[in-house]
Design a protein around this ligand. Structure first.
Ligand code: SF4
Length: 332
């Protein structure tokens, strides 16, 4: 579903707004972000550094820390607003029904506890009863599923494992310890080398299919979105500026920012097209523009209306695409 209230949605985010109050400045990190996600659907959240995509992910799960604060919006997961749940209930959902994997697997584990002990704690949190055969047997089964031979290694610490193994262990903990229906992944392969990245991608693809997991993938890597996702959400300066299925957006982007972003990605053969950097710099999030934040960099700038009115997401071209641009709100 591209817009409106969808009662069948697994996740329905409405008007999410998150700000960071630093001494002397208020950073408008996420502004009025709304989207929904169907069961089993995979959505890529893309944009330049500082566009707010990782903050959206943390805001969904109540993981924004002071001086940041979600100031408004609803995060409806299976119809219940996560923002209004008691803390212990939210903790049970986080990790049980909604799992999160991070960019840096090394820092995701406590260096002073064995990997086995950390996985036992996670399992105890999410399983009402001890698994048949005991916790360690279950952990070995989980790790075998993600391609890590755990025999004799559960007493090892994070530093005894490679970066790729730790990423697989984190994926096992996220996907196999509870019964998640939604996986949130924040740049999950950025810290890995290319061959390990391909293996981890395949693992994520297999687990999604096997478990019927919906996915929100935060990344700056558009190729990853093309590989893993059904739909793409493009963010600029804390706002969603384009929403559509992957084929439509990559084939025929509607928002001028998405168009320029796609032209800035190298493709092969290199001679097919020149790579073009987006001119100008990202806007100051402490002083939001009165109109479209992309106006100073936009090739299709329309004049006063772009400077004075924030464009709303509107159908753009096809039923499968929306863009927040006056090209579609004024000239339809
Ligand atoms: Fe460009 Fe105006 Fe559209 Fe913003 S609203 S992207 S400035 S044409």
């Amino acid at each position: 579903m591209l817009n409106g209230t969808d009662r069948s949605a697994l996740l329905d985010v409405r008007g999410l707004t998150t700000r960071f109050a630093t001494p002397g400045a208020l950073i408008h990190a996420v502004e009025d972000v709304s989207f929904n996600l169907s069961p089993g659907e995979a959505v890529g959240l893309v944009g330049e550094s500082g566009s707010g995509k990782s903050t959206v992910l943390r805001s969904l799960l109540g993981l924004v820390k002071p001086p940041g604060r979600v100031v408004s919006g609803e995060v409806l997961f299976r119809g219940r607003d996560l923002r209004t749940l008691p803390a212990d209930e939210l903790r049970r959902i986080r990790g049980g029904q909604i799992s999160l994997i991070f960019q840096d697997p090394v820092n995701a584990f406590n260096p002073s506890l064995t990997i086995g002990e950390q996985l036992r704690r996670i399992l105890r949190l999410h399983r009402a009863e001890a698994p048949v055969g005991g916790f360690d047997r279950e952990i070995e089964r989980m790790l075998a599923r993600v391609g890590v031979d755990a025999s004799g290694k559960l007493n090892g610490y994070a530093f005894n494992f490679s970066q790729g193994q730790l990423q697989r262990i984190m994926i096992a903990a996220a996907c196999l310890s509870g019964s998640p229906s939604l996986l949130l992944a924040d740049e999950p392969t950025t810290s890995l080398d290319v061959t390990i990245e391909a293996q981890v991608l395949q693992l994520l693809r297999d687990l999604r299919q096997e478990l019927g997991l919906a996915l929100i993938l935060v990344t700056h890597n558009l190729a990853l979105v093309a590989e893993l996702c059904d739909r793409v959400l493009v963010m600029y300066a804390g706002r969603l500026v384009e929403d559509g299925d992957v084929y439509s957006v990559f084939d025929s982007p509607k928002h001028p920012y998405t168009q320029q972003l796609l032209r800035s990605v190298p493709r092969f053969p290199a001679s097919a097209r020149r790579v073009e950097a987006i001119s100008g710099s990202v806007p100051d999030l402490t002083a939001p523009a009165a109109g479209c934040a992309f106006a100073p960099r936009c090739e299709r700038y329309l004049g006063a209306i772009c400077d004075s009115l924030v464009p709303a997401l509107a159908p753009a071209g096809s039923a499968a695409q929306r863009a927040a641009c006056h090209l579609y709100t004024c000239q339809r």
